[in-house]
Design a protein around this ligand. Structure first.
Ligand SMILES: Nc1ncnc2c1ncn2[C@@H]1O[C@H](COP(=O)(O)OP(=O)(O)OP(=O)(O)O)[C@@H](O)[C@H]1O
Length: 931
């Protein structure tokens, strides 16, 4: 019990054998190595190769593994052995029986030997398992499985010992059971269990044959051989019991006592009721009992085994010792040696069982599965249980399952839960509610699982088990399954012994890095499994990469790296495109901005020019205003003189031949003439074309200006109301031969003009003013008019002359204060220069100024309303003009002026002051002055 308190429950090194997932190798049309594109696709970035070499080069520290080679030693309480059955069984009695000759002719001995060797070579080539050494084997799948399911060979090592096919029963006993028997005889319980598929040699190993006895016979011989060696101080007794657990027609689990008088057994709590123990005194007696029990054991012929065991057979050899004292023998301690021959798992395809036999097969398989499950979930120093057996041994603990029937018949979930419970319990060392309660007794500990319906007794016991396998190719799967069940107890190595040609054909050229790896990679434990899984993943990735890269898109969902990179690349492309689009938009906006700036500059220039123009206009406006003020002042001056001058100019241009008369009436209301409130000037030009000139217009100038009224009634005769200047009357021809007449009022137009006319001179005394009209095109004419009528004719040039008649009705003039000046000039002096030196054009301009009224109070003063809306010309009062011209006259100089100056179209400004009208008027004045 002291050992129980300090159990050596160290976490064992576990190895999970995981077969590579079955993958269907895609057929490769050729063994040519596919070329990997050197340049990655534009859409897919370059993917770095998976660092398989680095991963595989990592040295994983292995957990300290128990030296299973020293399993026979007392240091380890659980040993695992492997025994390989011979591939070809030699039927017993063959050596003695003579083969029946098919013919009487003798056989060639050499040929016979060659046939045997060939047969043995073929058989050996078909073996799926080969012994590497005393502790390791290599399990190789058949070629068909290598090709189709890509299963690799696996090396299992760590066995306590591997018995090859030629190993004898004695050797197995010596290596495996003898140490256990030695412990048993020294007072330590132990167990031996044989596991393996059907027909692998379990029964052969445990019971043997009469000629080749098995472990039970050999153990009995040793037990009874050494009984005498036990100390003389105590006396030992051995009891033998044998029973089986079987399934009756697959309906349920039954236990049968195989002793000669034994019957069915029943389970009560943790003990089997009704089991008989037979005391044995020697080995022969024990063997005889066992032989008889075996005759009762349920066996059947299957395709796998002619005498297949159909039940689990358990043999218990119990030893009792007693020490003699003074009163008698005192029991010291019972030890049990348990030997179990399990029913082998079988597959339906191989056994060919049907009906009840098939149900029985299922029962066997379930039992084996649970046993293997317990082995699997329990690691070294862990648990093992045997259904119906009072005790089973795991390291220093012994378990007794009291309800094996329920376990066997439990559902898969319950079995898994039991296995999980065992695992948790023995790994965590802490029972939970699932495990129920924990009890300690004299033999060990007892764990009850009420919910699961069973309990486990833990006893101190040394145990071992042996795995038997068949080496045939057809037995590969059974062998592999068994070895994986026992994997928690050994090291597992993976070996690539697959033919490289197959790799080339199946795994393609990407498997070449693996070839470079060591042929055997020593990984064990869970790390090995993890590495294997990682390698599987890597291999899958490699296989995905192995194909054409054009299939990467198809496999993209399986390759997260590729997907991520593709997404990143796509995002990068989107970002780039977006940036380009934004850049283009910005460039467009920049161009538009430049255009807008240029337009702005143009507008600014225009604005500046407009401002300049506006300033010029303002300046002109100011000038005009100043001129207007000057005119207004002049008008006001006229008005202040209180002289109303109403005159009517009638200019009649009479041509020599005027078939048509174009009359143009122009009413000029010059602001200069009527700037006064009271003044009004009406000018009427009547143009009458000459006889020869059809288009010669008749211009009638009507001036009705009250401002011309003379305020100074005491005007001298020498004072004339206005003096037409040479350039003050401008006739201009515009469209339709419209002549404009500019009458510029002189600054001194306020000169009073007093006219005193007589009736008899109504007609003759009309002052005639010869007006020189150069031409309509010259836009200049001279109008020199006075209050008198001038008849001016040119004697020198008869072709062209101008006559201006200014009619001033004397009746309309006041005679009281006005001096009538009537003078008729018939001067031969040519005053009108022809417009053209050619004699053809004969233009006659006759300007008649009629009814020039100077009288303010005259009731007959004809006032014509000013009809001119826009002042087109600046007209100066005639009186002002006359006075100005008169004041500027220089008689002497005037006469000295050459006549040739008139031929020009333009007259100089200083020459304009000396006109013909002025000259005539000066003559008249001089004449009058002389008078
Ligand atoms: N190591 C061996 N050497 C010679 N023959 C063997 C060996 N192992 C097994 N055999 C023979 O193989 C046959 C089947 O063996 P055995 O009955 O022991 O298999 P088994 O595992 O008990 O099968 P089952 O589980 O069906 O009972 C027997 O005839 C046996 O003699």
């Amino acid at each position: 019990m002291e050992e129980m308190k300090s159990p050596p429950l160290t976490c064992p090194n576990t190895v999970t054998v995981r077969r590579n997932p079955h993958r269907k190798a895609r057929p490769t049309p050729s063994t040519a190595v596919p070329q990997i594109p050197t340049s990655p696709s534009k859409n897919l970035p370059e993917i770095s190769s998976f660092p398989i070499d680095e991963i595989l080069s990592i040295q994983i520290p292995q957990n300290p593994q128990p030296d299973l080679s020293q399993a026979s030693s007392t240091s380890n309480n659980l040993n695992v052995f492997l025994r390989i059955r011979p591939l070809v069984l030699v039927k017993s009695g063959d050596q003695n029986s003579k083969p029946r000759a098919k013919n009487v002719w003798p056989k060639n001995p050499a040929k016979r030997v060659a046939v045997k060797e060939k047969s043995a070579k073929e058989k050996s080539s078909e073996a799926c398992i080969t012994v590497n050494d005393s502790q390791s084997v290599t399990l190789s799948p058949p070629l068909a499985l290598q090709t189709s399911k890509r299963i690799r060979s696996v090396v299992y090592q760590g066995f306590s010992y591997v018995f090859s096919a030629d190993s004898s029963q004695g050797k197995v006993y010596e290596r495996m059971l003898n140490p256990l028997v030695e412990e048993f005889l020294r007072g330590k319980s132990g167990m031996l269990a044989a596991l393996g598929p059907s027909g692998s040699g379990k029964t052969h190993t445990i019971f043997g044959s009469p000629r080749d006895p098995g472990m039970v016979s050999l153990a009995l011989q040793q037990i009874f051989k050494g009984t005498t060696s036990i100390g003389s101080e105590s006396r030992r007794s051995f009891y033998l019991s044998i029973f089986e657990i079987y399934s009756e027609r697959g309906k349920g689990e039954r236990m049968l006592d195989l002793s000669p008088d034994g019957g069915d057994l029943f389970m009560q709590q943790s003990t089997i009721k009704g089991l008989q123990e037979v005391i044995i005194s020697d080995a022969a007696e024990a063997e005889f009992l066992i032989s008889r029990a075996m005759l009762r054991r349920a066996t059947a012929m299957t395709n796998a085994n002619s005498q297949s065991s159909r039940s689990q057979c358990i043999i218990n050899i119990r030893s009792t010792a007693s020490k003699p004292d003074g009163k008698g023998n005192v029991p010291v301690k019972d030890v049990v040696l348990t030997i179990v021959d399990l029913a082998g798992a079988e597959r339906e395809k191989k056994t060919g069982n049907q009906g009840s036999r098939l149900l029985e097969s299922n029962f066997i398989n379930n039992t084996s599965m649970i046993f293997g499950l317990c082995l699997r979930v329990c690691r070294l120093n862990s648990v093992i249980w045997i259904p119906g057996q009072p005790c089973c041994a795991i390291d220093n603990y012994q378990f007794h399952c009291i309800s094996a029937r329920r376990i066997v018949g439990a559902s898969k979930e319950s079995k898994e839960a039991i296995g999980e419970a065992f695992s948790k319990f023995f790994v965590d060392q802490v029972p939970t509610g699932l495990f129920g309660r924990k009890e300690e007794n004299d033999t060990g500990m007892r764990f009850s699982f009420p919910k699961l319906g069973y309990s486990v007794n833990v006893l101190q016991l040394k145990h071992c088990y042996i795995l038997t396998v068949k080496p045939g190719e057809e037995d590969y799967l059974d062998t592999s399954y068994l070895l994986r069940q026992a994997s928690p107890y050994m090291k597992i190595k993976f070996d690539n012994v697959v033919d490289p040609s197959n790799l080339v054909s199946n795994k393609r050229h990407f498997q070449t890095p693996r070839v470079e790896q060591p042929k055997r990679m020593k990984f064990s434990g869970l790390e090995a499994c993890s590495i294997e899984e990682a390698k599987s993943i890597v291999e899958e990735n490699q296989l995905s990469e192995d194909g054409c890269l054009k299939d990467i898109k198809d496999h993209a969902p399986v390759k997260p790296n590729a997907v991520d990179l593709a997404k990143k690349e796509r995002n990068h492309q989107i970002t780039q495109n977006f940036a380009k689009a934004v850049w283009n938009v910005l460039k467009q906006y920049n161009e538009k901005l430049k255009v807008a700036e240029s337009e702005m500059k143009i507008l600014i220039d225009k604005l500046s020019s407009e401002n300049t123009r506006n300033q010029e206009l303002e300046r002109e406006l100011k000038e005009l205003k100043s001129c207007s003020n000057c005119s207004r002042e002049s008008s006001e001056a006229i008005t202040s003189s209180k002289t109303n001058t109403d005159f009517k100019y009638g200019m009649k241009l009479d041509g020599q031949k005027s078939s048509k008369v174009h009359e143009t009436s122009l009413d000029i209301n010059s602001p200069h003439l009527r700037t006064s409130e009271h003044g009004s000037t009406s000018l009427k030009y009547e143009s009458t074309p000459g006889q020869d000139e059809d288009t010669l217009p008749q211009i009638t100038l009507e001036c009705d200006s009250p401002k011309l009224k003379s305020s100074e009634r005491n005007s001298t005769p020498n004072n004339y109301g206005f003096t037409p200047r040479q350039d003050q009357v401008v006739l201009s021809q515009e469209n339709l031969d419209v002549y404009s007449l500019h009458l510029w009022a002189s600054e001194t137009n306020s000169t009073p003009l007093n006219c005193d006319t007589t009736p008899e001179h109504e007609k003759d005394k009309l002052s005639q003013i010869n007006v020189d009209i150069d031409s309509p095109n010259t836009k200049r004419s001279e109008l020199n008019g006075t209050t008198e009528n001038y008849d001016i004719s040119s004697s020198q040039d008869q072709d062209v002359f101008s006559q201006i008649n200014v009619d001033v009705p004397s009746s309309n003039l006041k005679t009281s204060e006005c001096h009538t000046i009537s003078e008729q000039c018939n001067s031969p002096t040519r005053v009108m220069e022809p417009l053209d030196s050619s004699p053809s054009p004969k233009k006659v301009a006759s300007i008649v100024c009629n009814n020039v009224l100077y009288s303010e109070t005259s009731p007959n003063t004809s006032h014509k309303p000013v009809t001119i809306e826009k002042p087109k010309r600046r007209l100066m009062p005639a009186s002002s003009i006359l006075l100005r011209d008169i004041s500027a006259l220089d008689v002497e100089d005037e006469f000295e002026k050459p006549k040739g100056n008139r031929n020009g179209k333009k007259v100089a400004a200083n020459e304009g002051k000396i006109t013909q009208g002025n000259l005539s008027l000066l003559r008249l004045l001089k004449t009058h002055l002389r008078l």
